[in-house]
Ligand binder design. Structure first.
Ligand SMILES: Nc1ncnc2c1ncn2[C@@H]1O[C@H](COP(=O)(O)OP(=O)(O)O)[C@@H](O)[C@H]1O
Ligand SMILES: [Mg+2]
Length: 427
């Protein structure tokens, strides 16, 4: 599960350069796609790579800004309103580098941010994973939603561990529960608890668990619990131990307290979890790699209606066959890499020509890339073309195959054997 972190961060940075370039040139759709591609790479790096806390924080701040800008562009394009001035990238970079975070506000903000009120992901959005969904329905969703149904019956599970490879959909599935239950969903990432910006980590943990109790019925979701278990070399040993102890005390309180608070956590390496933490979970659910039909569905979902492409049904199946052992996150990265192919063509094009718009909406004529010997060719570059008059070439099967070649599956055969063994030992 080692990933080439430098390479992934560099990729993200390349996309940002592209995004800012397109943003400044008012090619907003291209800019939006590049921002989102960059965000994907950065998130991939922070989730699946081992890095210093400072770098993680730094990337998270950046990611938020890029996502905001991409959303802003999308909203404005949908409303067809005038797009705000280009994001001030240089200024943003300075701000990030000189950020001065006050510790007390950091603690308060973290607590505020744990409450999820707007999860848009539904169970139906989560492709496959029928077994995991059934278990979650019976052990968390129904008891949380209808506590009366479960009174006097055998005690329902209160803590569930979702485990499986990186990028497999553990967080995605857990987030969908927030939407399904419509009860308070308190979510935090275990590594956040260890941030050096937190002034009083134990107090913060107590407050978060208290919040879950006060808001019951509630779900407390702790993502990437591995980081609370493994000794992180960058972390101050004593502080780490205190955080872990407080965390265990609080979990125990949930178990003893007969409260209507459900605990869901995710782990990528459950076999490396501290035995005390491992025992705290009554149910352990393995999240497997997607099968061929699920991969077809994922590929199509990413492309849905707003990406222009020429890929046909047989080609989707061929791509799904070729992506065996790829996680949903890997598949997303492949698709975003392929979506960038037409953008790269546009950026490097030196000749464009005006041709009738193949769509009925928009201006009657669009600028298409063409070869230098085309009779109508004009020697111009992308900067000279207005965003709404630009024809963006569709993504082709060949773009997908090139992208596939560049992205290797994150999950190794060895990982799969370890999960199999853990599932066997814990069934
Ligand atoms: N079952 C799924 N159906 C549809 N998309 C999925 C599914 N699982 C994962 N994804 C996509 O892959 C991304 C990465 O999944 P995530 O839940 O973050 O992985 P992890 O297991 O590391 O927590 C999600 O944001 C989502 O876009
Ligand atoms: Mg996750």
């Amino acid at each position: 599960m080692n990933i080439d972190l430098t390479n992934i961060i560099e990729k993200g940075e390349q996309y940002i350069v592209q995004a800012v370039f397109q943003d400044e040139a008012h090619n907003y759709e291209l800019a939006r796609q590049a921002y989102m591609a960059a965000v994907d790479y950065f998130i991939h790096a922070t989730k699946y790579g081992t890095m210093k806390e400072e770098l993680k924080q730094h990337i998270h701040v950046n990611v938020e800004k890029y996502m905001k800008r991409a959303e802003e562009i999308k909203r404005m394009m949908e409303n067809e309103t005038l797009i705000d001035d280009t994001m001030d990238y240089a200024n943003l970079k300075d701000k990030i580098n000189n950020q001065d975070i006050e510790e007390s506000t950091y603690d308060e903000n973290l607590i505020q941010n744990t409450i999820v009120t707007d999860s848009k992901v539904t169970f139906d959005d989560v492709i496959g994973l029928a077994f995991a969904k059934t278990v979650l329905l019976e052990t968390v969703i129904l008891p949380a939603k209808y506590p009366k149904l479960f009174q006097d019956k055998c005690k329902s599970s209160t803590s569930v561990l979702l485990y499986g490879s990186v990028g497999i959909g553990k967080t995605y599935l857990a987030t969908s529960i927030a939407n399904e239950c419509k009860i308070k969903f308190i979510s935090l990432n275990a590594w956040e608890l260890q941030s050096k910006f937190i002034a009083e980590p134990e107090k913060l943990i107590r407050k978060i668990f208290e919040l879950a109790h006060q808001q019951q019925p509630s779900i407390l979701f702790i993502d990437d619990i591995d980081s609370l278990s493994k000794q992180n070399t960058d972390t101050d040993d004593d502080r780490f131990q205190r955080i872990k102890t407080e965390f265990l005390i609080q979990i125990e309180n949930i178990e003893k307290g007969n409260t209507n608070t459900f605990l869901i956590a995710t782990s990528t390496k459950p076999f490396e979890l501290d035995a005390t933490i491992q025992r705290k979970f009554e149910k352990r659910i393995y999240i497997p790699l997607p099968d061929i039909n699920e991969r077809v569905a994922m590929l199509k979902k990413i492309f849905d209606s707003n990406i222009n492409h020429t890929i046909n049904e047989n080609e989707w199946i061929e791509l799904a066959e070729k992506t065996e052992n790829y996680s949903p996150a890997d598949i997303t990265v492949i698709c975003h890499e392929a979506v960038m192919a037409p953008i790269r063509q546009l950026v490097s094009a030196t000749h464009f020509k005006q041709t009738a718009n193949p769509e009925s909406n928009g201006p009657p004529q669009l600028w298409f890339i063409c070869s230098s010997d085309d009779a109508d060719a004009k020697v111009i570059n992308l900067n000279a073309v207005k965003s709404n008059e630009l024809y963006i070439p569709p993504v082709t099967m060949s773009d997908m195959l090139t992208a596939l070649d560049k992205v290797k599956p994150t999950t190794t055969q060895n990982d799969l054997i370890e999960y199999q063994q853990f599932s066997k030992d814990n069934s």
